[in-house]
Design a protein around this ligand. Structure first.
Ligand code: CA
Length: 482
């Protein structure tokens, strides 16, 4: 999978066109799915997509001062998706359902201010506030849906227009409360930002389920990336995916959730609540990479996979190095240092397990600056296609240097590889690639090591890696068809 955007793309409305023109190339390098940014109308034409104004406006109506979104028009998006499908690439839309932004007008209703660290604790009496909760979509009208949003469709806001005071306001009214089935940080993490959608309200549930089916059909989607799900009632997510999948009929529909927590216990509990019907990004693995790239040699690589989704629930783990939220200057900044990126990508792209996601920023660059990692990612994608097959044997036996062997399989003659990653000094590992490979000459393909090795009669060879580097060894002159 490739995440086809980064936070600081120019807001020039050209991403959908660029994606269309890139479809063939993406297919050639081995990308089989793209995660595209939120295509829904945001607060303005600069909005990255997470400040959602109207989910039914995919760059079609003159609203918030623009027809197109940051990425282009609905027509351009549809053309990009068609082109991706023609090239055998699936499309996953980033779906932002937690909140709505940039309301059309204010409304008056009762609310209490709550303690930001203890959201169940009121720090004021209930009183009338004026919040931005009225959405009537003058540019779209009743097209696709006549639903209009009012204060009672939300559970909280962060601004009182009447006195211009910022706070977290919990809306008061019949059946009003923060949602169940959300992360327990701050006692209840239902509220994240903007006007928080109330997924206990039956009309809201119905409307958003209908929208999910509509957008899936309208864009011919193959899947979704669900934003901020730790802030959304898990029962709603379960029902929503059920409805969308039912509408798809026999066709499979992919879903990965963004549950941004590094502790495996939280991810594990959420997966169980969803009956393992949704994948999750392996945030735990990302933070292990972050720790390793900070600590270097002081990091114990034997523990690299400890408490990760990749080790615990690999069948539902989407592995990644960085994304638009972890990159420099973003809300959850934890960008992986440049020296570690090849190690991170080597481990996720050549692994037997996990569903790896390549970040646009790491491939094409961020903020208009070219990425230094494109070459290594191209090499690794090529190795993935040609050699990364068969059983994996992991050598997590040294604090500096770890490695794994892929044994290759019958369907891919000549396939198989030996990977090493070092966070310390130059290292080596005697690894077993199979006695059937005795006498073969193997070489290192990242270009870091010029030596070759010959596989011994026992199927083993001494594979080397330089300090702080990745090394990937494959059979030289293997007659590989890709
Ligand atoms: Ca929420």
């Amino acid at each position: 999978m490739m995440q086809y955007f980064e936070w600081n793309l120019p807001a020039d409305g050209t991403l959908w066109t660029r994606l269309k023109e890139d479809a063939k190339h993406l297919s050639e390098i081995g990308i089989t799915a793209v995660w595209i940014p939120p295509a829904t109308k945001g607060q303005n034409d600069q909005d990255v997509g997470y400040g959602v104004y109207d989910v039914y406006d995919l760059g079609e109506f003159d609203q918030k001062g623009t027809v197109r979104t940051k990425y282009g028009t609905k027509q351009q998006l549809k053309e990009a998706i068609d082109e991706l499908h023609k090239n055998g690439i699936q499309v996953y839309l980033d779906v932002v359902m937690n909140h709505k932004a940039a309301a059309d007008y204010t409304e008056k209703f009762k609310a209490v201010e709550v303690d930001p660290q203890h959201r169940e604790k009121a720090v004021s009496d209930p009183y009338e506030i004026e919040g931005w909760t009225g959405f009537n979509f003058p540019g779209r009208g009743d097209n696709y849906s006549p639903f209009k949003w009012h204060w009672y469709h939300f559970s909280g806001v962060d601004y009182n227009q009447a006195n211009k005071k910022k706070a977290i306001y919990m809306i008061e009214g019949d059946n009003k409360a923060w949602s169940n089935g959300v992360d327990s940080e701050n006692d209840n993490y239902d509220y994240l930002m903007f006007a928080d959608i109330d997924f206990n309200h039956p009309d809201v549930i119905k409307e958003m389920n209908q929208w999910g089916v509509w957008v899936t059909k309208e864009l011919n989607l193959d899947g979704m990336r669900l934003d901020a799900i730790k802030h959304i009632n898990n029962e709603f997510i379960k029902g929503f995916l059920g409805e969308v999948r039912a509408a798809k009929g026999k066709e499979p529909f992919y879903a990965v959730g963004e549950y941004w927590k590094s502790d495996i216990g939280s991810l594990d509990a959420y997966l169980a609540e969803q009956d393992y019907n949704v994948d999750l990004f392996d945030v735990s693995l990302h933070y292990n990479m972050y720790q390793a790239c900070q600590d270097g040699r002081a990091f114990d690589m034997r523990k690299f996979l400890d408490d990760t989704l990749l080790s615990k629930h690999p069948e539902v783990a989407v592995t990644f190095v960085d994304n638009h939220d972890s990159q420099h200057g973003s809300s959850l900044e934890s960008q992986i240092k440049d020296w570690f990126k090849p190690l991170g990508y080597g481990i996720i792209l050549l692994n037997e397990k996990g569903y790896p996601c390549v970040f646009f920023g790491d491939y094409y660059g961020m903020g208009g600056k070219e990425s230094p990692h494109r070459t290594i990612i191209d090499i690794l994608l090529d190795v993935r296609k040609k050699y990364a097959y068969g059983e994996q044997v992991t050598y997590a036996d040294h604090p500096d240097t770890v490695g794994f062997v892929r044994k290759g399989d019958k369907d891919h003659p000549g396939s198989g590889l030996a990977l090493l990653a070092s966070v310390g000094t130059d290292g080596y590992k005697d690894m077993d690639v199979g006695t059937e490979r005795k006498g073969q000459v193997w070489h290192e393909v990242t270009g870091d090591i010029k030596d070759e090795v010959t596989i011994g009669d026992d199927g083993k060879a001494r594979f080397t890696v330089r300090g702080g580097k990745l090394a990937v060894w494959v059979q030289k002159d293997a007659d590989i068809k890709s």
